[in-house]
Design a protein around this ligand. Structure first.
Ligand code: FES
Ligand code: FES
Length: 195
């Protein structure tokens, strides 16, 4: 019996922020490392590299994903959007409404977690828009009627995978509530404390 040698590398094409990138990569390379190290898209941050902080969150086919946990080879033929591309998701504005809301509500201090927070918020609002319940949704069978029905508790739960070492949580919650079009965003954002 002879052992055959298989190359650990693959030729892949990734579609990122509307542009195709052809690359030869080690099969073990994460999407996060391709974005940052190969393509210079350093907006996506590496915090823990273990799926625990959310700093590396990007959108893949519209769903939020921890890019440190995704092998780049599995992202072929999928539509990847990093923080550099989120503005283009909106209707011609310079900023995505979630980005605007983060600025308006001081949802950042050092900004390290912000790209992941913003991608995560866009994904979370999409999930709520499809009616997906969270752990704290009153009736998980019915789900959420509308994103504008989200309250601060829901936003905190849905964003709980994104950590902020600066403690900008109150501003982040207000920003996400405003982007959701939720009523009483100012009044409810501080209920429940930071997570
Ligand atoms: S760097 Fe990916 S979750 Fe922390
Ligand atoms: S703003 Fe500094 S880590 Fe969140």
């Amino acid at each position: 019996m002879s052992l055959s040698h298989h190359s650990p590398s693959s030729d892949i094409t990734l579609r990122i922020n509307g542009t195709s990138h052809s690359l030869t990569i080690d099969n073990r390379t994460t999407l996060l490392d391709v974005l940052r190290e190969r393509l210079g898209l350093t907006g996506t941050k590496k915090g823990c590299d273990h799926g625990q902080c959310g700093a590396c969150t990007v959108l893949v086919d519209g769903e939020r994903v921890n890019s440190c946990l995704m092998f780049a080879v599995t992202a072929e033929e999928r539509e990847i959007v990093s923080i550099e591309g989120v503005a283009a998701l909106s209707d011609g504005g310079e900023l995505h409404p979630v980005q605007r809301a983060f600025l308006d509500h001081d949802g950042l201090q050092c900004g390290y977690c912000t790209p992941g927070q913003i991608c995560s918020a866009i994904g979370a609002l999409g999930e709520a828009g499809r009616g997906w319940p969270s752990h704290v949704t009153e009736d998980t069978a019915t789900g959420v009627a509308d994103v504008s029905a989200l309250d601060a508790r829901e936003v905190r739960e849905r964003m709980s995978g994104n950590l902020c070492r600066c403690g900008a949580y109150n501003g982040i919650v207000e920003a996400v509530l405003e982007a959701a079009g939720a009523r009483g965003a100012q009044d409810t954002a501080t209920v429940g404390g930071a997570r």
